[in-house]
Design a protein around this ligand. Structure first.
Ligand SMILES: C[S@@+](CC[C@H](N)C(=O)[O-])C[C@H]1O[C@@H](n2cnc3c(N)ncnc32)[C@H](O)[C@@H]1O
Length: 303
């Protein structure tokens, strides 16, 4: 047997370019802060890109009584208003009415602040069906537009093939992704679902029952590795979103997938800032200075 034909020493171990997912690093970012975290990360994203498109597949508000923690609203209203294209989708008629209302409430662009002309598209329907239209409406195909997509499902609503469509839409400059992977209620929900086709569509293959036997960190690692292997993202990390300030159960993993080497570093910064609520002055923050600093994901100096 030639050396090249010999099996590898560890053929079953996943090869990953990303640093190990930061499980248990003590980030107590809690569920209520999810929208703040998304907004914070997107702030850094636009400070770097100076423009961009935002696609939200499951965009209706999670809580009617607390629209201040509604991601689509926070991102639309966030200053500076440099994102120029928004596509907001939801299945539910009432949720879509709220999205329409949010769209109409947006002020005219402020030319003095050099705000770009914005397009805001609201789509009603199953995002798994409308994903192609949403990507088209975002206008990113033929332009070097930075693009970001939020897939904030409750449990099993987002099909694996839908993530694939987003990832493969513009392979040369992939859409950056946040995918919410349920954890706290995952095993109970898996056991309760009778429609096995639904689980297969969600997980993209039929070995979803294996998740029942896996630990939370292993589930996070598996999803990250699948994003890298199947969707070809360079950097994928699972960020834990915990239940509350006083209850550290992991509710979801926020799976962050990107090809940009600086993006995981920005996400680490967003995590720390969101948790402490000790936000820096957004107007004066010098992001280039931060990016030039040799800081690790958790803010400690890189060794
Ligand atoms: C977890 S909530 C989204 C929360 C929101 N991102 C926020 O910041 O408050 C999930 C939303 O997805 C919607 N939804 C459920 N199934 C869907 C589907 N197949 N396609 C699109 N939207 C769906 C629900 O109506 C709900 O508004």
């Amino acid at each position: 047997m030639k050396v090249d034909d010999a099996p590898g020493l560890f053929p079953l171990l996943p090869v990953s370019k990303a640093p190990a997912p930061p499980f248990g690093m003590g980030y107590p970012v809690w569920s209520k802060n999810k929208a703040l975290l998304i907004e914070r990360y997107l702030h850094y994203f636009i400070m770097v890109t100076k423009h961009g498109a935002y696609i939200d597949g499951f965009a209706g508000p999670q809580r009617d009584n607390d629209v201040d923690l509604w991601s689509a609203k926070r991102v639309l209203e966030h200053e500076p208003k440099w994102l120029h294209s928004f596509v907001l989708c939801d299945l539910d008629e009432k949720q879509v009415a709220q999205l329409q209302q949010l769209k109409t409430e947006q002020p005219l662009r402020n030319r003095e602040k050099h705000e770009p002309k914005r397009t805001i598209s609201v789509l009603q329907g199953d995002f798994n069906q409308s994903v192609d239209e949403a990507l088209k409406l975002s206008g990113i195909l033929n332009r070097k537009t930075a693009a970001f997509c939020l897939l904030d499902q409750r449990t099993f609503e987002c099909h694996w093939d839908t993530i694939r469509k987003v990832a493969e839409y513009r392979p040369q400059q992939k859409v950056e992704l946040f995918y919410l992977m349920p954890i706290y209620w995952l095993k109970r929900s898996l056991a309760a679902v009778r429609d096995l086709e639904k689980l297969k569509a969600w997980w993209g293959r039929d070995d979803w029952s294996e998740l029942q036997r896996m630990t939370t960190p292993d589930i996070g690692s598996l999803v990250c590795n699948r994003f890298m292997k199947e969707f070809k993202y360079q950097y994928v990390q699972a960020w834990p979103v915990r239940r509350s300030k006083t209850n550290s159960h992991i509710m979801y993993f926020m799976i962050h997938a990107t090809d940009h080497p600086e993006a995981p570093k920005l996400m680490g910064r967003a995590f720390r800032k969101t948790d402490s609520r000790n936000f820096e002055d957004l107007g004066t923050m010098d992001l280039e200075e931060f990016l030039a600093k040799d800081e690790g994901l958790d803010g400690s100096p890189r060794t």
